[in-house]
Design a binder for this molecule. Sequence first.
Ligand code: SF4
Ligand code: SF4
Length: 77
Amino acid sequence: MPFIVRPDLCVGCGKCERVCPNGAISVINKKAVINYARCECCGICATECPKNAIDFVPGRLIWGRGRGRGRGRGWAF
Ligand code: SF4
Ligand code: SF4
């Protein structure tokens, strides 16, 4: 799970939910929650978050058979 939401910084504005191309984020109780079954690690949410509340956690990414859209190899977690 290379992208994580920091609940201490998230203000529940919902921008990440709107920009995620995979519908992987839901704002629940004013905090963003990432559905890792849908997340493709594109990083758009982290870029767009006005509070920098979505962190990239390096080291957990695995280069291998991609999930998502079935296009062969890619970054997975
Ligand atoms: S864009 Fe940032 S502050 Fe807004 S809901 Fe998403 S994680 Fe929280
Ligand atoms: S990294 Fe991309 S796919 Fe994953 S939750 Fe963020 S915007 Fe959605």
